[in-house]
Ligand binder design. Structure first.
Ligand code: PRP
Ligand code: URA
Length: 209
């Protein structure tokens, strides 16, 4: 069974409201995506193992803790996932970054893959996949399928808004993947856009359309 974490922290919910607003322009939209990812990344890295070290403060020796050299890889799904990379790298600058290119065919709404470049040592890494939108779940499932072929240590999926349909599809297809999400919305519309959602995340981040 999947672990699914909903981020109901007031800061997350406040920023999400501004993100959804159609009057929020691309600059602010990008900043908010970055800030939300940082806040969600705080939760998604809660299980990082620690080891005890001894250091000297200006006044005494202290036994204290550092992260136990766990290797992470962040994998944004292009394009919209790119907007989430910087926020997470600001927390963990040593992580490596892979990329998966997928877009939804406007007719079939199925994911079409056009790019994949992952760190070569992925079997030693815990992977966090980044995509702000989990709609039908097709893109997320395809990304997990692709990454699993390279045997990572574990996979987490970090999204900002999910539709119930996509959440169920991802959980059914990959019950071992932990999912972190800021909001579970109401439904998909006839074009498989999330309602109320925020529109097309890629277009809003990059100012296209
Ligand atoms: C969006 C979004 C997800 C996908 C979600 O990308 O960023 O990758 O749709 O939809 P799904 O759950 O139904 O697969 P899109 O296909 O619009 O590509 P883009 O980021 O390049 O605009
Ligand atoms: N992709 C988006 O960017 N938005 C949606 O609502 C659904 C898929």
């Amino acid at each position: 069974m999947n672990n699914v974490f909903y981020m109901n922290h007031p800061l997350v919910q406040h920023k999400l409201t501004i993100l959804r607003d159609k009057n929020t322009g691309s600059k602010e939209f990008r900043e908010l995506i970055s800030e939300l990812t940082m806040l969600m990344g705080y939760e998604a890295t809660r299980d990082l193992p620690l080891k005890e070290v001894e250091i000297e403060t200006p006044v005494a020796l202290a036994k204290t803790k550092v992260i136990l050299g766990r290797k992470l890889a962040f994998v944004p799904i292009l394009r919209a996932g790119l907007g989430m990379v910087e926020g997470l790298l600001s927390l963990i600058p040593a992580a490596k970054v892979g990329h998966i290119g997928l877009y939804r065919d406007p007719e079939t709404l199925k994911p079409v893959d056009y790019y994949c470049k992952l760190p070569s040592d992925i079997p030693e890494r815990d992977v966090i996949i980044l995509d702000p939108m989990l709609a039908t779940g097709g893109s997320a499932i395809a990304a997990v399928d692709t990454i699993k072929k390279q045997n990572p240590r574990s996979i987490k999926f970090l999204c900002i808004i999910a539709a119930p349909e996509g959440m169920k599809a991802l959980c059914d297809a990959h019950p071992d993947v932990s999912i972190y999400c800021a909001a579970l919305d109401e439904k998909l519309n006839d074009h498989c856009y999330i309602i109320p959602g925020l529109g097309d995340a890629g277009d809003r981040i990059f100012g296209t359309k």
